[in-house]
Design a protein. Sequence first.
Length: 96
Amino acid sequence: MTDNPWWEAEDKYLDLLQGERRRYAWVMRRYGGLTLTESWAAALDSYPYEPADQPCRGLAFHDEAWHWAMLTLHGTCYTREHPELADPPAEYTALD
């Protein structure tokens, strides 16, 4: 066991990063109409690799990819303007 927090443990960080990228890309395809290539490019832009020495490494993980994708697609008021999108569907949560 390591004494490093999860965001400093490379294997844990990479697992989280890949999972969030996968979920973000899925949302962008399903709800944003992007192609597979476009959705992965958007995911890589939204979830770039951050070296372990970065002070805020993994900060994007404080909210899930669903939230960040909805902000991109519908703006900051998406939960008010699209209450049906406030929570991810079962298909999204099954991606884990």
